[in-house]
Design a binder for this molecule. Structure first.
Ligand SMILES: Nc1nc2c(c(=O)[nH]1)N=C([C@H](O)[C@H](O)COP(=O)(O)OP(=O)(O)OP(=O)(O)O)CN2
Ligand SMILES: [Zn+2]
Length: 148
């Protein structure tokens, strides 16, 4: 299978409320996101995308629009983490993203995959689709999710 991969980075805060150790504290990461796409190579003479599955700059634009700019410098909080949600709500104009699961790297990868799958699927009528997403929480810890 032929794939292309675009890497992007963003910063976000989170906590894992039930964690046995340090991760129950409010803290943040510089996340690294790798988006792997597959699809037919575009063949359209004279077209800027000719010979590409998708222009890397367009991958970046779409990923920023749907995910990266939404999560960058946000605090990502579990909807049932009431104490933190109330605290964040008390801060004027705070950028908060509420998700329906604990923001572990596994769950963030799952949520990100759903968002980006919808954004990329068959955008050009070439069978374009999100094949794989890798989300690094630290240089040593990451989750990978592949289209079933
Ligand atoms: N399976 C998971 N385990 C842990 C997660 C997670 O999302 N999924 N998250 C954390 C912490 O939030 C943190 O992101 C990881 O902290 P840590 O283990 O300290 O990672 P480091 O890379 O900084 O570890 P070093 O020992 O310094 O290499 C914890 N567990
Ligand atoms: Zn963490």
């Amino acid at each position: 299978m032929l794939t292309i991969t675009r890497k992007l980075e963003f910063d976000a805060g989170h906590r894992i409320p039930d964690h046995k150790s340090q991760c129950r504290n409010l803290h943040g990461h510089r996340y690294t996101l790798e988006i792997t796409l597959t699809g037919a190579i575009i063949t359209a003479e004279g077209n800027s995308d000719n010979g590409m599955i998708m222009d890397f700059s367009d991958v970046k634009t779409l990923a920023k629009q749907h995910l990266v700019d939404v999560w960058d410098h946000a605090f990502i909080v579990y909807e049932k983490d009431t104490a933190v949600r109330e605290f964040l709500a008390s801060l004027p104009d705070h950028k908060t993203v509420v998700i329906d699961r604990i923001p572990t790297v596994e769950n963030l990868a799952h949520v990100a995959f759903g968002i980006l799958k919808a954004a990329f699927t068959d955008r050009f009528g070439t069978g374009l689709r999100l094949h794989k997403l890798v989300l690094h929480e630290t240089p040593n810890c990451w989750a990978e999710i592949t289209d079933a």
